[in-house]
Design a protein around this ligand. Structure first.
Ligand code: ADP
Length: 334
């Protein structure tokens, strides 16, 4: 588990739950999604009908599960939680759908990882609140239509582009969750500190926010690490200096890069003159699998404008040299 990874670690699980805002008004940032969603929910409540199905897309740790829970809470509806990988067969989905109560919210996390046959069952359920249960095998198999209670599906995906068109089209509302800016994360850190009983100075919260890669889950995790540090090495009050020292100790730098990110960048700069260099060559030079470099380190480096993927290979940007305090080689004159 990576300190600056967006995915939920085992340690995050209980804490995530404790720190989740429960109402739309307490959900920080994502103004557009929040306002759009508020309209969807209020108009449904006014009409006394289940709202359109909602798709939430965005990276891990940005608040999709939290929003799904808020949707159910705002509707005063029960919530059922499952995920794409848990649905291996159409029957798994049928078992869930056929036991939903009227108006229930079904949260389907990682919806892009659901088995294909289940996906087709979901189309029909979303559109007509019906499932076809297949009884028997081979030529004698018959499909028995079964009505299900009107429900609201909240699907979440980190890869909206991977969803088949017919599935995407069946959502009445698609909310794109962006990374949070440091000011929003600072508010989230302050709120979480209050809930966890952590005393933290404003400038220390800002420091944590800045290194959190635009992701609330990472902000909450870094907050816990600086809290530990302040409790053990000082009197518990997290000052800016303490936050700084703690995050340095955990090797999370001022822009939120960790050791692997910096190793990749440093190799690119010092061994390959800033590139272009092929992914596998770069990976070997830091002793990692190409996939690790590509999936774990590169996306954030690209997002930060430190690295570019070009057809000829990976290239460092001028910002990369500056970030590591190195001087780019002189460009030969004309
Ligand atoms: P996802 O489902 O997108 O992976 P979660 O909804 O589980 O993300 O959010 C991860 C953690 O970040 C939760 O503990 C939640 O407390 C916090 N969080 C996410 N978004 C917000 C937000 N807008 N305001 C406050 N806390 C948030």
């Amino acid at each position: 588990d990576r300190l600056v990874g967006g995915e939920q670690s085992v340690e995050d699980r209980a804490i995530d739950a404790a720190l989740r805002p429960k109402k739309l008004d307490d959900f920080i940032g994502q103004h557009r999604v929040r306002e759009q969603l508020s309209l969807v929910l209020h108009s449904a409540l006014r009409r006394g009908r289940a709202p359109d199905h909602v798709l939430l897309s965005g990276g891990p740790g940005l608040g999709k599960t939290t929003l799904a829970m808020i949707i159910a809470a705002e509707l005063g509806a029960p919530l059922r939680i499952t995920s794409g990988p848990a649905i291996e067969r159409a029957g798994d989905l049928a078992a869930i759908l056929s036991t939903l109560s009227e108006g229930e919210v079904l949260f389907l996390d990682e919806i892009h990882r659901m088995a294909r046959p289940a996906e087709e069952m979901l189309y029909l359920a979303m559109e007509d609140f019906r499932v076809d249960v297949v009884v028997g095998k081979g030529p004698g198999a018959t499909a028995i239509p079964l009505d299900i209670a009107p429900f609201t599906l909240v699907g979440a995906t980190t890869r909206a582009g991977m969803l088949p068109g017919p599935l995407r089209d069946r959502f009445g509302f698609v909310g794109h969750m962006d990374f949070y800016d440091p000011a929003e994360l600072e508010v989230i850190v302050g709120r979480s500190a209050g809930l966890l009983g952590v005393r933290i100075a404003d400038d220390a919260a800002a420091e944590v926010a800045f290194r959190s890669r635009g992701t609330p889950r990472i902000a909450n995790r870094l907050l816990r690490r600086v809290r530990d540090y302040a409790e053990v090495r000082a009197d518990g009050l997290v000052t800016r200096d303490l936050a700084h020292a703690a995050l340095d100790l955990y090797e999370v730098d001022a822009q939120g890069l960790d050791r692997l990110d910096r190793a990749v960048l440093r190799a690119l700069l010092t061994k390959f003159g800033g590139g272009p260099v092929g992914l596998s060559t770069l990976a070997v030079s830091v002793g990692e699998e190409p996939e690790t470099v590509e999936v774990v380190a590169e996306p954030f480096l690209v997002r930060q404008g430190l690295l570019a993927r070009t057809p000829r290979g990976r290239v460092a940007t001028p910002a990369a040299w500056a970030h590591l305090g190195l001087t780019p080689p002189a460009v030969p004159g004309p």
